[in-house]
Design a protein around this ligand. Structure first.
Ligand code: ADP
Ligand code: ZN
Ligand code: ZN
Length: 742
């Protein structure tokens, strides 16, 4: 008996068994889309696996109705990856399968773009038509049409019109009726690049570090190394991208294809241009601004083997290459690689898995690798290549730490956000015609307690993360252990009453800057002021042309921008992120400062960075100021090991939400109790307790935090519970495996 296990959109994580009719046997494979009877209707679904027998006992099995011939199939190895994702990330099979295919391909609504061409059907007939009618005025138009088609080959109507000014469709139709001309249809690609051209580039002679990295990658591609994953660790401008380009060329020489993942925000025209310059038509670029039609075409070009390299954000990981040799994850530490809705997968981690399943090499590149990746490189699970210096031996910027508590108002009643040092430095730049960037750390999402007098921050003594303040309850809560204490009225360290329970609003700082830096020309750039990509490009263009002295902004300006005339970067509230109730706060702060500092002095003049902080003696700030990644990494890993955080444990958060708080709590408690039966030594459960933001849009939010070094069995139990234990109406539950924030 030939059985296909099929997953249907309404499956609720259940595979259904269907008989494969004899006639369809050769075509039915894993990943193929089929039509099947379901209840009283017909549904479409994907074949997930094939079997010889069925455990189904509910009656006779029904046969598959037919294939969905016009619809995209999923390459078999991607189905395997999808099944792994569903298991690992505790999501349903349908969610996982849906992630593998772009909606534009899955929906079946998008069709290839067709163009109709006219061409000569019969050359002999055409030539004799011209010979016989060449002098007849009544046939002049038709003769011209035939001559044009004979001379230029197949043409669409538009081009024929310009070749034959007297063009008429009826004349053409007559020729078609007489079988002299015929029509053909061809698929035309919706061209993402349109008419924009780039000059081709050649590989640069590699530096010593690049050479070493490339030799190692060469061995990896031949399968001669102990691991298939490489951490390429090098500061900005150390030549990592050039290594990627040459590594791809190596893979191509072996007939293999390559995927390059970049964070969406760095998928800029500059980056794309570099890849196009090297690989031209072999390249497909997948970014979020593609139309559905373009996305459909690009997917098919990859699936048909017309292109061999894909560059894109997170979802490009599922490009349907069949002979994948290389996956590159640039800026592997970026949190945007983790998808925030189901399946909550990490593109970096799934890349490592896809590489393993398909025998492809995976390169993780970063100037500030994540703790997880650094750890894997230190244990030998990943290989390591370092790129020590900037390619052009540029001097690293000079960094100063300024104590923001002493910043003091320049005039009474005005801002104390800008230190004298920063103000002086900005005015220096304006005098010299250079530019400055002022980076404002984004306001935190949670309210935390800070003493304005001594800089003290309230932290849980057991977990070392900041307490979250609740105004309603006047309490401080730790979200890792659930500990609660009354909110302070006096600072416990210096007994000052000047304690603050909030982050600083960035909007306010920006308006203050106008007054402090008068008459500077200032533009502000953050997610409030930037509506779309055009706004963003417009401001950057003005800045690039020197029409602005100061660019003020949040995270948006931290990445990848190259402005040779920027010689000063000021970072205000450098420590704000550190007070977030999140064990990744030090890591994020270090990454951010490093990135922002990288904006200073990209031209010929040595850059300067001024870091303003309430915590000048904080280790993270100190390491960041010295740009000492190794020192920081050691410090951060020791802290995580001591407190059993990832990468020393796995972290899973189960979220419970709903408008009726008591229902949410009751369900969460029952769920937790049931799950705890699968717990064992070494697994810690914390909660369910209120999330850092307890209520959003009327919904109460609770979370259960699970940590442990061996979570495999627990994850299986959790998956079954989360997918199949129906919460009461109005309550939602979802699971976040390897959660990025806490
Ligand atoms: P990263 O990706 O680490 O920031 P890039 O690969 O972008 O570094 O290199 C930084 C700059 O140095 C780029 O302008 C690049 O063209 C140039 N570059 C990289 N490798 C070399 C090389 N081997 N020889 C000369 N210039 C190089
Ligand atoms: Zn104090
Ligand atoms: Zn705690």
């Amino acid at each position: 008996m030939a059985i296909a296990k099929v997953i249907i959109d309404v499956s609720l994580d259940k595979e259904f068994d269907y008989l494969i009719p004899e006639t369809l046997l050769p075509q039915i494979k894993v990943g193929v889309m089929v039509r099947v009877p379901f209840g009283h209707s017909t549904r479409e679904g994907y074949v997930l696996s094939l079997a010889d027998s069925s455990d189904y006992t509910g009656g006779r099995l029904k046969p598959i109705t037919g294939l969905c011939e016009t619809r995209a199939n999923i390459p078999e190895h991607l189905v395997t990856l999808g099944r792994w994702m569903a298991d690992y990330y505790c999501c349903s099979q349908e969610q996982s399968i849906r992630t593998l295919l772009p909606a534009a391909v899955r929906s079946g609504k998008i069709k290839p773009r067709i163009r109709r061409l006219y061409r000569i059907a019969d050359v002999a007939a055409a030539e004799s038509f011209v010979a016989c009618n060449g002098t007849k005025p009544s046939a002049a138009l038709r003769v011209d049409l035939v001559k044009a088609l004979l001379a230029h080959g197949a043409q669409p109507a538009d081009s024929l019109k310009s070749l034959v000014p007297a063009f008429s469709q009826s004349g053409l139709n007559t020729l078609i009726r007489n079988k002299i001309v015929e029509t053909v249809e061809e698929i035309v690609r919706r061209d993402v690049f349109g008419d924009s051209h780039v000059l081709p580039s050649k590989p640069l002679p590699p530096s010593a570090d690049q050479k070493k990295a490339l030799e190692l990658i060469g061995k990896m591609l031949l399968g001669e190394t102990s691991s298939h994953v490489l951490l390429l660790h090098g500061v900005t401008n150390s030549g990592k991208t050039e290594v990627y380009l040459q590594a791809i060329a190596k893979a191509r020489e072996m007939g293999k294809s390559a995927i390059v993942l970049v964070p969406e925000i760095s998928l800029t025209p500059q980056t794309v241009r570099r890849f196009r310059a090297r690989f031209g038509d072999q390249l497909s670029v997948l970014h979020s601004r593609l139309s559905d039609g373009e996305r459909f075409d690009e997917w098919n070009r990859i699936n048909n083997g017309e292109v061999q390299i894909a560059v894109g954000a997170r979802s490009a990981l599922f490009a349907p290459f069949r002979n994948l040799g290389l996956i590159i994850v640039d800026e592997e530490h970026e949190s945007s690689y983790k998808q925030s809705e189901a399946p909550r997968y990490s593109a970096r981690d799934v890349a490592v898995m896809r590489g393993k399943l398909e025998g492809a090499v995976v390169i993780l590149g970063s100037a500030t690798p994540s703790a997880e990746t650094s750890y894997n490189a230190s244990t030998g699970k990943f290989l390591l290549a370092r790129m020590a210096a900037q390619v052009d031996n540029k001097l690293a910027p000079r960094v100063t730490i300024v104590d923001q508590r002493l910043a003091g108002p320049p005039e009474p009643g005005k801002s104390n956000f800008f230190s004298k040092a920063l103000i002086t430095a900005v005015f220096d730049r304006m005098r010299r015609g250079e530019q400055s960037i002022i980076f404002l750390n984004r306001r935190g999402y949670a309210r935390v307690m800070i003493c304005e007098e001594c800089g003290f921050e309230a932290r849980c003594p057991d977990c070392s993360v900041a307490y979250t303040y609740s105004r309603q309850r006047e309490t401080l809560t730790c979200h890792l252990c659930g500990g609660v204490i009354p909110a302070y009225e006096l600072c416990p360290q210096c007994l000052s009453p000047k304690i603050r329970y909030a982050g600083v609003g960035t909007e306010k700082i920006e308006s203050l800057a106008g007054a402090v830096f008068k008459p500077a020309r200032i533009a502000r750039m953050d997610s409030d002021t930037m509506r779309g990509a055009d706004d963003y490009e417009a401001v950057l263009e003005r800045f690039r042309r020197g029409e602005l002295d100061i660019l003020i902004g949040t995270q948006m300006i931290a990445k990848g921008l190259h402005f040779p005339n920027v010689t000063l970067v000021g970072i205000v509230n450098a420590d704000l992120g550190l007070s977030m109730p999140d064990f990744r706060a030090p890591e994020r702060t270090f990454q951010l400062i490093t990135q922002v500092a990288g904006r200073a002095g990209r031209g010929d003049i040595r850059g300067e960075v001024i870091i303003q902080t309430h915590n000048p003696e904080n280790e993270t700030i100190q390491y960041a100021a010295q740009q000492d990644f190794d020192g920081f990494s050691k410090f951060d890993l020791e802290f995580r090991q001591l407190l059993a955080y990832p990468p020393y444990t796995h972290l899973i958060i189960v979220h419970f939400r709903g408008e009726d708080e008591s229902m949410v709590v009751e369900f969460a408690n029952g769920f937790t109790a049931e799950l705890q039966r699968y717990g064992h030594e070494g697994i810690r459960f914390a909660g369910p307790s209120p999330a850092p933001i307890e209520r959003i849009k009327g919904k109460f939010r609770y979370m259960l935090v699970i940590r442990g070094s061996r979570l495999k069995l627990l994850r299986q139990a959790l998956r079954v519970l989360a997918l199949h234990r129906q919460p009461p109406k109005g309550v939602e539950v979802y699971v976040d495996v390897d959660a990025q924030s806490l």
